[in-house]
Design a protein around this ligand. Structure first.
Ligand code: HEC
Length: 396
């Protein structure tokens, strides 16, 4: 019964997380577009920096932006913050349900670092807390005065985190945690900087003072970061379904390339929304980046065998490996504790089933080390090599 309950908790929390993230990213894309498309014209009310006309849902909207504040604050003011908070909270729940509860399967890879489950949880919490702290310090340091230098420093920092985590966690948890850290930075930007600064500005206005422009500047810088990090964070969050991304030797380099690819694609849209000439070069950079990622992902599992590939593989050898390393979970009646049904419907408990799943076995266990999770059944590099050679010799 228990695995069934966990399965559903996992599914429902994920459903919530995806919805809140859609709400957050949707409103964020909308406001970035609106902000960039504002135009000045004569005759705008005092304090208005620009206006935009939009048509949607059977009506026309005339949007105006007061950069500092309107002469009088309206009674009802809509704040946009719960999208961000709910995304982080639901994401943290999902991290707990899936990764903390299933640390032995999803976080710990004894070949990387053999730690108890609570050690993995502490490392995860430490990475998120410390990561935010370092990023926040970077922004507030002298580097933070120059957006380009700050972006370069932030990039180096995140790549170091990706590299470091790949020496602590399974490939899957390492990549997901870079995403979780970026998501934490983005939500904390809203929670600790953007909303508090806006609140202070509103309070100052209510007290009849002019709000400190530094507050707005700082908030704008953080929202710029959030904008450029949106596409990479989504890639990293869904990466855990794609073993070639997270479970291969250069996964941490893939993270570095994704940060660039996601940022340049975003830049293309930012420029267009601002009415500037479209920077088509960004697509060339993105395409080159994707080609690099695909190439890197073909480098093989992290634990590579030094032995030469076997020339000819007999099916009996494959069957022996799969039955002894995979079928305790991937069976109609799994015998592994905590696994209630064959994961993702993949059964590997008969010759017929093994043959039918050859392409998946290749991606999940031969070209990457995604399976077995945390290598709990101790598959050897030689056995992966054997699986790879077998799938190679199959007719396509
Ligand atoms: C300890 C239990 C366990 C063992 C042993 C194990 N797996 Fe898995 N497998 C899982 C779980 C759990 C998932 C679901 C992962 C997820 O949630 O993304 C999974 C997912 C998969 C998938 C993904 C299907 C899909 O498309 O999403 C494949 C393929 C797979 N395993 C193959 C293997 C192979 C091949 C082996 C042996 C080399 C193996 N597994 C050993 C637990 C196991």
């Amino acid at each position: 019964m228990e695995p069934i309950v966990w399965e559903w908790v996992n599914f429902l929390v994920r459903w919530l997380h995806v919805i809140t993230a859609i709400a957050w990213i949707g409103s964020s894309f909308y406001f970035i577009h609106l902000d960039l498309s504002l135009r000045r014209r004569d005759g705008l009310p005092n304090g208005v920096a620009g206006e935009a006309w939009q048509v949607h849902g059977g009506g026309f909207y005339n949007m105006m932006k007061y950069t500092v504040a309107p002469p009088e604050l309206p009674e009802k003011l809509t704040w946009f913050k719960w999208e961000a908070y709910a995304t982080w909270l639901s994401g943290f729940c999902l991290l707990s349900v899936l990764y903390y509860h299933g640390a032995a399967l999803y976080m710990i890879d004894p070949a990387v670092l053999d730690i108890p489950w609570w050690g993995a949880v502490l490392l995860s919490l430490g990475a998120l807390g410390l990561g935010w702290h370092v990023y926040d310090r970077l922004c507030k340091s002298p580097l933070g005065k120059d957006d380009v230098k700050l972006a370069a420093a932030g990039f180096v920092f995140l790549v170091l985190v990706a590299w470091g985590l790949s020496h602590l966690f399974s490939g899957r948890a390492a990549m997901l945690h870079v995403g979780a850290l970026i998501g934490t930075m983005m939500s904390a930007n809203v929670f600790r900087i953007i909303i508090p600064n806006q609140t202070k500005a509103v309070a100052a206005m209510k007290a009849g003072q002019v709000p400190d422009p530094a507050l707005g500047k700082q908030a704008k810088q953080r929202s710029l970061h959030n904008n450029y990090l949106t596409l990479p964070v989504v890639f990293l969050m869904i990466s855990n379904h794609y073993p070639l991304a997270f479970g291969t030797r250069y996964s941490w380099v893939i993270v570095a390339v994704v940060l660039v690819v996601g940022a340049v694609i975003r830049h293309f849209f930012n420029s267009r929304h601002a009415g500037k000439p479209a920077p088509w070069w960004t697509w060339a950079v993105a395409a080159a980046g994707v080609a690099v990622i695909v190439g890197l992902s073909a480098a093989g599992a992290r634990t590579e065998s030094a032995a030469a590939a076997p020339a000819r593989v007999e099916f009996a050898q494959v069957e022996e490996v799969v039955l002894s390393r995979c079928s305790m979970c991937h069976a109609a009646q799994p015998v592994w504790e905590g696994i209630g049904v064959a994961p993702r419907g993949v059964t590997l408990d008969s010759a017929e089933a093994i043959g039918r799943h050859a392409p998946q076995i290749r991606v999940w266990a031969a070209l990457s080390d995604a399976m077995p999770p945390g290598n709990v059944t101790g598959i050897t590099p030689e056995e992966r090599r054997l699986l790879a050679a077998w799938t190679d010799q199959l007719p396509r």
